[in-house]
Design a binder for this molecule. Structure first.
Ligand code: GCU
Length: 843
């Protein structure tokens, strides 16, 4: 231990941490626990080849025990008698004379036996041995020294990560589609980066949670990945990940034979095209002998595909399947995310949700045996609430993989805490009742229900170069939980979270309870303040998918429609009167969704078009539920910053502050969401909130009502994302403006929390100062570019709207509030309103 750490430890303070080690910190256990802990005397890893996961396991165990217990165990690669931790494959155990009990291990499974001075970790394969080692380390790191003996097998053979990293030929760094943690760890300037340290660290994280494969580039694939320099680079990536048992694959662009190969066609049945792909597969295999496979997005969102050549999607998938077949056990993951994004909303029966079943139902049985269909969990696109994709019930002769999203594209983009396992488990535990038999989604994607050899999980993760991997420390619980659930989808989501918390932040009960409570409240809260009753995430679907913009759902061909008008809302997806989507489910499920009475409230508007006054099972009307849910959800988010304060001093200051900043930000943005959605539907329906809250803000002073000097009033677009639909911005790009207001009779003398709502737009770092009676209460910068690590919108809108607090201010009527805003280029210090809040009030 370095002296500074010793000093901090002796003072009982947690050392600063940046999150790079995530849940693999191997933090020292308390001294008394360390002293009483006993582990065997040496580590025996039954493979001395440095690229072997068993060798890696030995090294990792050495490092872990050194950190956790301050013990420096010798590592050998040959079997010895006496006190030891032995790691190897079942075969290696047998060939070195170890007698193991009869085991029933499947691919990647392991057997772990911990008995006083003998620990044995036997993998069905080398990867399994590494997984068992991580399991043992996880126990040690959590101070768990119980003697156990058990076998553990993964639920499914495919447990992959998808990265949506771009090659970015011209930029210096590879950007990441829907990535919120900086540029790519794989690509820069159209090439594979030289230094692959982060890549191997990523593989380590993946291995520790049982993930065994990765697709490294965006599904919207750049053909240049297949040029000869990059093929060699792919070999380097695979080399960096192999010691961790992670196999690498890539996304392909269907048109590559034309764009890169200069052929006249990409027709999957054309002999020249077939030969072109055969050649590519041979070359890839030359660089990456254990190539995992290819991911293909075809005929979707303007991507080319076989339909362009009047061939079926199966023809397209089989083209790749046959090209890779001679080279090992690589697979084709063919995405079911195929749909037309130019459908016509005036057609009542048009429905994007129907697309996957329409396209794939008749193809069951037509795919080669090394093709697997990758299906997003819902039929639209990673929404806060969707029913399970009905396609899972239709592919009985084809392996399927469920596609989840760790990157929170529609769910707050890692700036909001949303713990996703409760959402995933709702999907995985859904019973499709195929042929009237129990058919849980998790049993379909494990391959069990339809007896498929190839099946499993893929999640879009999109880590970036930020030290925290996902841009947010708390968001990493989703990545951890993804691996744990892919291994065992019946695991308890709270138990997983508690393990993650102990490993990431320590075992203090307050830390565990605080993170558990906030995390378990987070998905319901987010659903409440974004989109309820199955209406989907009411975000800007033609923009960054972040802040509120419900009007973007309708009036375009993307098909994420709400069909909201002055009287009614929701998609009629019934068979009798609507798009027929509900009929895509097996009969028992179909009849549940076909009828309003049996459709659960949380999916009502997904399946039915109803008046705003429709009564829910709760007794509320649809519109009142909207209003109440938005107030309730935002109120929960307001408690997060306060809850987090309980762990101050218990976790290191660096991560404490970073999390605190995001939770405070989330609380403010949840109010933006609440007001935008409520104002929008109040405006549309003209139905008043029974509780009189919507459109009524007793403690606000609108910026447009202040006395302005150097500021001008603007209309904000979309209107509902500014209080009073207006805001102000400076009249120049260089000269400061001031906005002044006298506190009126609402404000009796007392202590107030002053909240300023402003817009932190992309393209500058404006500075602000707030004064009361000429005395400065504080300054701040519009620098979310730096602090949230991603750039929001260049305009004042629902993406950029945000709030800052100045708490505990003594004020009284007649006092003068003044804000000075100094523009910085395109960021013209925009302001929306000031709330002067009596203690405990939210407005
Ligand atoms: C969503 C997402 C896109 C992505 C697409 C896909 O539409 O917004 O960025 O390319 O899904 O999964 O292919």
């Amino acid at each position: 231990m370095r002296p500074v750490l010793l000093l901090l430890a002796s003072l009982g303070l947690a050392a600063a941490e940046n999150g790079i080690d995530a849940w693999l910190r191997y933090a020292a256990l308390p001294c008394d626990v360390r002293k009483s802990a006993s582990v065997p005397a040496r580590i025996v890893a039954l493979n001395g080849t440095q690229t072997s996961p068993v060798y890696t396991a030995g090294q990792e165990l050495h490092k872990g025990i050194q950190g956790i217990l301050h013990k420096d165990l010798p590592v050998t690669n040959t079997s010895v008698n006496g006190s030891s931790i032995t790691i190897g494959t079942v075969n290696a155990f047998a060939s070195t004379g170890h007698v193991l009990p009869e085991l029933d291990l499947t691919g990647d499974g392991f057997w772990l036996s911990i008995k006083n001075d003998s620990v044995q970790i036997a993998g069905q394969n080398e990867r399994g041995a590494l997984y068992g080692t991580f399991q043992y380390l996880s126990m040690l790191a959590q101070g768990n020294f119980t003697e156990v003996t058990y076998e553990s097998n993964p639920s499914a053979p495919i447990r992959w990560v998808n990265q949506w990293d771009n090659m970015d030929d011209t930029g210096t760094h590879g950007s990441i589609e829907r990535g919120y943690a900086g540029p790519s760890i794989f690509f820069a300037e159209g090439l594979i980066v030289e230094d692959l340290t982060r890549v191997s660290q990523y593989a380590r994280l993946m291995a520790s949670i049982g993930l065994n494969g990765i697709i490294v580039n965006n599904v919207n694939a750049n053909v240049n990945l297949l040029n000869s320099t990059n093929m060699a680079g792919l070999g380097r990536i695979a080399d960096a990940m192999r010691p961790w048992g992670v196999r690498m694959g890539i996304s392909l662009n269907f048109d590559s034979p034309r764009t890169l190969g200069k052929l006249t066609t990409a027709d999957p049945l054309d002999q020249g095209v077939i030969e072109w792909w055969d050649d590519i597969a041979t070359k890839l295999h030359g660089h990456v002998p254990d190539f995992a496979g290819v991911l293909v997005k075809a005929n979707s969102e303007s991507q080319p595909g076989p339909l362009t050549y009047n061939r079926t999607l199966a023809d397209g998938a089989n083209l790749f399947a046959r090209a890779i077949k001679p080279h090992g056990d690589a697979i084709v993951m063919f995405r079911a995310f195929v749909y037309d994004n130019t459908i016509n909303e005036t057609n009542w029966k048009a429905d994007r949700a129907n697309a996957a079943v329409d396209f794939f139902r008749d193809l069951d049985g037509k795919f080669d045996d090394n093709v697997i269909v990758q299906i997003k969990y819902g039929p639209i696109d990673f929404q806060v609430r969707e029913p399970v994709s009905p396609l899972f019930a239709h592919l009985e002769q084809t392996g399927t993989v469920i596609e989840l999203q760790v990157t929170q594209e529609y769910l707050g983009q890692q700036c909001h805490l949303v713990y996703l396992p409760p959402l995933w488990k709702t999907i995985l535990n859904f019973d499709m009742k195929v042929d009237g038999q129990p058919s849980l989604v998790r049993d379909i994607v494990s391959g069990e229900r339809f007896n498929q050899k190839l099946a499993g999980y893929a999640a879009v993760v999109n880590v970036g170069t930020d030290k925290s991997w996902l841009g947010s420390h708390l968001a990493m619980s989703n990545f951890y939980a993804y691996g744990r659930l892919a291994w065992n989808p019946t695991s308890d989501d709270v138990a997983i979270l508690e393990d993650w918390t102990r490993l990431t932040f320590g075992s203090d009960r307050t830390i565990i309870d605080t993170i558990t409570k906030m995390s378990m409240e987070s998905w319901p809260a987010h659903e409440n303040y974004t989109g309820n009753l199955g209406i989907q995430s009411l975000t800007d679907i033609t923009g960054p998918h972040y802040g509120p913009k419900p009007q973007s759902q309708d009036g375009n061909g993307w098909g994420q429609w709400t069909r909201a008008d002055a009287k009614s809302i929701g998609m009629d997806r019934t068979v009798w009167n609507g798009t027929g989507y509900s009929g895509q489910y097996p009969p028992e499920v179909a009849s549940m969704f076909e009828n309003i009475e049996s459709t659960p409230d949380d999916l009502l508007l997904w399946f039915h078009h109803v008046p705003y006054t429709q009564q829910l099972k709760s007794g509320k009307t649809v519109i009142q539920h909207f209003y109440d849910a938005h107030y309730d959800g935002a109120a929960v988010a307001q408690t997060f910053p306060e809850q987090w304060k309980a762990v101050k001093g218990l976790v290191d200051a660096e991560r404490y502050d970073e999390v605190a900043f995001r939770l405070e930000y989330q609380a403010g943005h949840a109010l933006v969401w609440r007001d935008a959605i409520n104002d929008f539907y109040f405006n549309m329906s003209s139905i008043k909130d029974e509780q009189g809250r919507v459109g009524n803000h007793p403690w606000r002073i609108e910026a447009e009502d202040m006395t302005l000097d150097g500021y001008t009033i603007i209309r904000v677009d979309p209107f509902e994302t500014a209080s009073g639909f207006h805001a102000i911005r400076t009249t120049s790009n260089t000269t400061a403006g001031t906005a002044t207001a006298k506190l009126d009779e609402r404000f009796e003398a007392g202590t107030y929390d002053i909240a300023v709502n402003y817009f932190d737009v992309k393209g500058g770092r404006a500075s602000y100062e707030l004064f009361l009676n000429g005395k400065s209460l504080g300054t701040w910068l519009g620098n979310h570019e730096d602090k949230l690590g991603y750039t929001a919108s260049p305009y004042p809108d629902g993406h950029s709207a945000t709030r800052i607090y100045f708490r505990g201010v003594e004020a009284a009527k007649g006092d003068v509030l003044k804000i000075v805003g100094q523009p910085d280029g395109g960021e013209q210090a925009p302001l929306d309103y000031v709330s002067v809040l009596p203690s405990g009030t939210i407005d």
